[in-house]
Write a protein that binds this ligand. Structure first.
Ligand code: GDD
Ligand code: MG
Length: 372
């Protein structure tokens, strides 16, 4: 771990300005998080009290990078409406919109004209990571690399880009979502690019950086290196990962500069009403104007704004969208409840169920068979 990061937190010396651009890819549709992403892009979902992307922007700022370009497509306007020119965060944020999604490589190529420096750090906009950006940039410089990828080791490498390296850290292959990965070392979704490499990506057509650009750069013999570390890492793309990532932020297991000094078992917006005898644990977060009745127990759960939960409900490992109403003594485990849905009293919902926006489940609904 570098001198600029201890236990995942950046110290003041890391605030010095760094001459690199940050590019964040936020154009995906977030399909695996539907219906949460029907109207809200994945990076804007409330996570530990803030839109997810704000945690990443704060991390970029803490690393001394100030110029950020967002590559947007799906629901592009939502980002600019919220972050504006970035000055509230001490950043300068620019937006480049793809009318039709150009893929990850096309999205990177599309921001080329906005880049100001020879080096750009490109981020997937849905990754929660404790990696030290200064360390990744240092590896890039030491290796005199054309491209440096942040790599982590995971239990399920098939779901990611598998990236074997040699003893010197040089990348040997890039195998996107392969059935038979040769290593558990994967692409963590953060790259340091030399600018001229970005110019070489074809413009104005769909390009996958993982399936097309990376294999091609390797074939050309470019200097592509991996930076491997053991920092916190999670792709927030599924409901399970989303609730876990949010809860890890609330508990301080994952670090965000936005939550310094406020971590604990729960994070409750000051405008929320939490009645007597409510138990909140496991990094549960409660949003603005939400009301939680007496005797409820919420464990590892993300509750958005304006939700009403009646007395005695039990909710674990779930995401409850804005405007939802949950009846008394309902039991909800591992579910996603869409905006404005109404779950009746004593309902029992579990096993990854997704309730779509506005759906009404009557009192005592959806009980489960013995195998649940
Ligand atoms: N601008 C733009 N345009 N952004 C896009 C587009 C597009 O057409 N398509 C996807 N993105 C953005 C998404 O919003 C997300 O932030 C990022 O690119 C990655 O897309 P995902 O859909 O989340 O990909 P993934 O999680 O399946 O796989 C990627 O990330 C893994 C690490 O989390 C790959 O890069 C894997 O190799 C990697 O291991
Ligand atoms: Mg992802």
């Amino acid at each position: 771990m570098s001198s600029s990061e201890k236990n995942g937190s950046l110290d003041a010396s890391a605030g010095a300005s760094v001459d690199v651009d940050a590019v964040i890819l936020v154009g995906g549709k977030g399909t695996r998080l539907r219906p949460l992403t029907n109207n809200t892009p994945k990076p804007m979902l409330p996570t530990a009290g803030h839109p997810f992307l704000k945690h990443l922007l704060a991390r970029i700022k803490a690393a001394g990078i100030t110029h950020v370009v967002l590559g947007t497509s799906f629901k592009a306007e939502v980002f600019e409406d919220y972050f504006g020119d970035g000055s509230d965060l001490g950043l300068e944020i620019e937006y480049v919109v793809e009318d039709q999604p150009l893929g990850t490589g096309g999205g990177i190529r599309n921001v080329y004209d906005k880049l100001r420096h020879d080096t750009a750090v490109v981020f997937n906009g849905d990754v929660l990571s404790g990696a030290d950006l200064g360390d990744i940039l240092a590896t890039h410089r030491e290796k005199e690399a054309d491209l440096t990828m942040h790599l982590v080791r995971v239990a399920n490498p098939r779901a990611f880009g598998c990236v074997p390296t040699d003893a010197d850290g040089r990348v040997l292959e890039f195998l996107e979502k392969t059935e038979d990965p040769p290593t558990d070392q994967i692409n963590a979704g953060c790259y340091v690019f030399q600018r001229e490499l970005i110019a070489s990506i074809p413009a104005d057509r769909v390009v996958s950086v993982e399936r097309e650009t990376f294999p091609q750069l390797l074939q050309e013999g470019r200097r592509v290196y991996g930076h491997v570390d053991t920092s916190y890492w999670r792709d927030m793309g599924t409901p399970q990962d989303f609730v876990r990532g949010s809860s890890d932020l609330v508990r301080g297991i994952a670090f965000s500069p936005l939550l310094e000094g406020q971590t604990g078992e729960e994070l409750v917006d000051p405008s929320a009403g939490v009645r007597d005898g409510v138990i909140l644990l496991g990094g549960t977060v409660v949003g603005r104007g939400t009301e939680i009745g007496a005797g409820c127990r919420l464990d590892g759960t993300v509750v958005f704004d304006g939700v009403t939960i009646e007395p005695g409900a039990f909710i674990e490992n779930s995401i409850i969208s804005s405007g939802v109403r949950i009846g008394a003594n309902a039991h909800i485990s591992g579910c996603v409840i869409g905006e404005g849905a109404q779950i009746g009293a004593r309902c029992e919902l579990s096993s990854g169920m997704r309730v779509f926006p506005g759906v009404v489940i009557p009192d005592g609904g959806i009980r489960f068979s013995s195998d649940q």
